[in-house]
Design a binder for this molecule. Structure first.
Ligand SMILES: [Zn+2]
Length: 476
């Protein structure tokens, strides 16, 4: 494989990729309503010769874009959704929304979508130049931050037949993530009772707020009797209003139920439903369940992890200009002492005391451009992603490149402020090169692909994917 040529293929079209990233940043759309962002990506893919199918799996802004034919089939998972309430002006180090209350790209999914585009286009151009056979598919996946677009795609059978998946994520470090995640169900419990004067006619009222509170009491007792690794959290979406003298007729609570394995979440979820039913029974109210999101745990793959790590080292670390370094430092001025210290503690926590000296050097840089050590672990990290649902169908790897200053965190306004910077663009193009080279190796080298597939088979055992969403749940 000509790795130098792959890098050139990305660099030759960097203007296109940067523009796409910036346009998605400008659009800042959330959940399933991603019209402008999907337009930008679909137009770019179509003009590059991909066959684009829009509106797949019952989601208007989900799409697949294919190039080539036959095996192997490589799936690249693109995301382009923003986060509610994180609107922020670009390039500043003070909190300053573009439009108060609007969404913003606080998880860098503008760079994720465009970096994945860079990977897809470079694979296509390389196939054209060399005659390499196979298929590359860009999956346009809505609602990663809430709604779980990939889970709906999995339910619609769209991941079947794929040989390997790549998921790239911009981050504040560069890392191949040979790890698992927690499966997660996010479900709203809505209780309906009867309003009445709380003093004059309390016997006529049935309180939905009482039901929500009793449900939480029940779940908090349940906590002691579930597996140690499980996580259950909740947020009140509707506490029934602001008038204590009215018996609350409506109340709603959103629950997340997480565990290392999908089947474990299933088992806990069944018991949470019983608790909710009990709360309704006790209060004489009605209970309704509304699904918000659901995703499976990631099936980790060491062979894929090593592959991504190899190309992270091949193309990295990126070199930042003095202006880019100064920009990172300027953003860092908005961080607290504790935030600035956190990366070092995290690195030592992840990679052990042997890495402490190197970690100290790395964490003192304004951007942690060096690739961190690769370690494989099938213990789930305390987070969830719908990349999990793709990973049940084929060997999958998620990897990151440093696009944001040291000490900044996911879902912050600082990430929004950095999302169009040349520092972030460099990290994004780096991410695209890694994706292209790793995908091309799988297409060229049957042995590498087979190794990853055999490992996948072993880890799956005889468990088959069962979509966590019931059949009647629709994307919304
Ligand atoms: Zn994200």
């Amino acid at each position: 494989m000509n790795t130098k040529r792959i890098a050139e293929l990305v660099d030759n079209k960097k203007q296109l990729f940067e523009q796409v990233g910036d346009k998605i940043w400008e659009a800042s759309e959330i959940r399933f309503d991603l019209k402008k962002s999907a337009d930008v990506l679909c137009d770019a893919l179509a003009s590059e010769g991909f066959a684009v199918e829009r509106g797949v799996a019952d989601m208007p802004d989900a799409f697949v874009a294919k190039y080539g034919e036959g095996k192997p089939i490589i799936g690249l998972l693109g995301e382009y959704d923003a986060l509610a309430g994180l609107s922020q002006k670009s390039g500043t180090n003070v909190r300053d929304p573009r439009v108060e209350g609007d969404p913003g790209h606080g998880c860098g999914h503008n760079l994720l979508g465009a970096g994945t585009l860079a990977g897809a286009v470079a694979v296509k151009d390389y196939m054209k130049e060399t005659g390499l056979k196979g298929t590359v598919i860009y999956y346009g996946c809505p609602a990663e931050e809430g709604g779980s677009g990939k889970t709906f795609m999995a339910r619609a059978g769209m991941f079947k037949g794929v040989d390997a998946f790549f998921g790239y994520h911009p981050m504040a470090n560069s890392r191949s993530m040979g790890i698992s995640t927690l499966a997660n169900y996010a479900v709203k419990f809505k209780f309906s009772g009867k309003a009445a004067h709380a003093a004059a006619a309390p016997d006529m009222g049935r309180s939905a707020l009482d039901a929500v509170e009793l449900m939480s009491v029940g779940v908090n007792y349940l906590r002691e009797h579930v597996i140690q690794e499980a996580r259950i959290h909740y947020a009140y979406l509707n506490a029934g209003g602001k008038a204590p003298n009215v018996v609350q007729a409506e109340a709603e609570v959103l629950y997340y139920i997480r565990a290392p394995k999908l089947q474990q979440v299933d088992a806990i979820f069944e018991r949470v439903i019983e608790v909710a039913k009990g709360a309704a029974l006790m209060t004489g109210t009605k209970m309704e369940m509304i699904w918000d999101s659901a995703c499976a745990n990631i099936i980790p793959n060491d062979a894929m992890g090593r592959l991504a790590d190899k190309y992270l080292r091949e193309y990295g670390p990126v070199e930042l200009s003095s202006e880019e370094t100064a920009f990172a430092k300027m953003i860092q001025e908005s961080l607290t002492e504790a935030e600035l210290k956190r990366p070092l503690a995290q690195l030592v926590g992840m990679f052990g005391a042997d890495y402490a000296a190197e970690a100290e050097v790395l964490a003192s840089k304004p951007v942690m451009t060096d690739v961190v050590p690769y370690i494989f672990s099938d213990v789930a990290m305390p987070g969830s992603s719908d990349v999990g649902d793709a990973s049940w169908f084929a060997p999958t790897i998620m990897y990151t490149t440093a696009c944001f200053p040291t000490g900044t965190v996911e879902h912050s306004w600082q990430w929004v402020a950095c999302g169009k910077s040349s520092m972030a663009h460099k990290g994004m193009l780096y991410g695209g090169k890694v994706m292209a080279a790793a995908a091309i190796e799988l297409m060229e080298n049957e042995e590498t692909l087979n190794k990853a597939k055999e490992e996948q088979k072993k880890r799956m055992g005889n468990i088959e994917y069962r979509c966590p969403f019931p059949a009647d749940v629709k994307p919304r």
